[in-house]
Design a protein around this ligand. Structure first.
Ligand SMILES: *Cc1c(COP(=O)(O)O)cnc(C)c1O
Length: 386
């Protein structure tokens, strides 16, 4: 018997719902990684990624592996032992990057903020000095639902010849992000958040200044798999030259990503960013009717992820999430780290950022919190009509 996966409404921190069109792309016949037809698809996919990431960087590609593989690729290619790297930490994903940098032997300078707040950019800027090799921040902190402002960071980095590195796993296509205009030197993302593709690829981009570092290394990259000088000989073979086999590309996942990016471009990035903002605010006001207030203050919210505080007297939040999943078929995520047991995290990602799935969630959740769903549904509709 073939497996039959249950149909879940994925409204947690990721993976997000995968549309039928993307699933159908995934199920197309597998071809070889050196097949000329596939080469054309790779070109199209990289070009679409550049447009969605708002970058012209030639070295833009999906790294084989989930978002975390993008993080490892960033560290392996751009950080050497002894490098002074300023790392913003305001949640789990900044914490993970600090860990990854430490493993690479970097001298990690942590600039922290309380979980649930953005890091004041002045503090990041003040930490960058002449001996700094790079500054890293998480643009969309999925553990807390906070969007980190990047104002002034690129100028500070350029003044000291440091690279500006970002994690845009959750923000890509769900919140305004202009990599080139904002002076970001390298970024990694993931496919299973706002892009609505299955997990397994990490969109990645490397600007000129960062590419220089990759090409002019004096020591060999300690990672073989993520060595971009090798991977790019496959993705960015010079005109007329054959693509050099490095590792077998996850062919079908690239089909899925190509289709997911086509969906993003059919909507248009500006319209998509606006829809995520509207969906976030509508759900926020609906959940407020159920006694669930947003954690992030105004001006710091990450639209693709709404983290809400749980009422102090709520018994067994994990039991409610479990019943929501197993009885109602809806997944939402619990809190992480210091916010475990105190928050829920609700995804507002791609096709999840629509009124129908949100209304289904609100109607399922209200009775489990002992509330009447109607005022919340009214607030949701008013939010969408605004
Ligand atoms: C999901 C996520 C990651 C990790 O991605 P995986 O696909 O789980 O490896 C990294 N950073 C952020 C901000 C994320 O939301």
């Amino acid at each position: 018997m073939p497996i039959a996966a249950p149909s879940r409404l994925l409204l947690g921190s990721g993976p997000s719902p995968v549309p039928e069109r993307v699933l159908a792309a995934l199920a197309q016949p597998t071809v070889g990684h050196l097949d000329p037809w596939f080469g054309g698809l790779m070109e199209e996919t990289a070009a679409a990624l550049r447009r969605v990431m708002r970058t012209e960087h030639r070295a833009t590609l999906p790294i084989s592996g989930t978002g975390s593989a993008g993080m490892d690729a960033m560290v392996a290619n751009l950080v050497d032992p002894g490098d002074r790297v300023v790392c913003g930490v305001h949640g789990l994903f900044g914490e993970r990057m600090a860990d990854a940098l430490g493993r690479q032997g970097a001298d990690v300078v942590r600039v922290e903020a309380e979980w649930g707040r953005a890091i004041p950019v002045e503090r990041l800027i003040a930490a960058v000095d002449g001996s700094t090799s790079a500054l890293f921040v998480v643009h969309g902190e999925t553990s807390t639902g906070v969007c980190q402002p990047l104002d002034g960071l690129a100028d500070a980095c350029r003044a000291h010849d440091a690279l500006l590195l970002i994690d845009c796993v959750t923000s890509l296509s769900g919140q305004r992000l202009e990599l080139d205009a904002w002076g970001v030197d390298a970024a990694f993302s993931g496919t299973q958040k706002c892009l609505n593709a299955p997990p397994g690829l990490a969109p990645f981009t490397l600007g000129e200044r960062a590419a220089e570092r990759v090409l002019h290394r004096t020591t060999k990259n300690r990672s073989w798999y993520f060595d971009l000088s090798l991977v790019l000989a496959y993705w960015n073979a010079p005109e007329g030259a054959p693509r050099a086999y490095h590792h077998t590309a996850p062919i079908n996942l690239i089909y899925a990503l190509r289709e997911a990016l086509a969906i993003v471009e059919e909507e248009g990035l500006d319209a998509r960013w606006a829809r995520h903002a509207r969906a976030h605010e509508a759900l926020r006001s609906a959940l407020a009717e159920l006694g669930l207030e947003r954690l992030a203050p105004d001006g710091e919210a990450l639209y693709p992820l709404l983290a809400v505080r749980l009422p102090e007297d709520l018994a067994d939040e994990a039991g409610i999430r479990r019943a929501l999943l197993l009885d109602d078929g809806i997944e939402i995520s619990g809190g992480l780290g210091p916010l475990a047991g105190r928050t829920w995290r609700i995804g507002v990602m791609g096709v999840g950022a629509e009124i129908a799935p949100q209304e289904r969630l609100v109607r399922a959740l209200a009775p489990r919190l002992g509330r009447d769903p109607e005022p919340a549904v009214d607030a949701l509709r008013a939010g969408w009509a605004a």
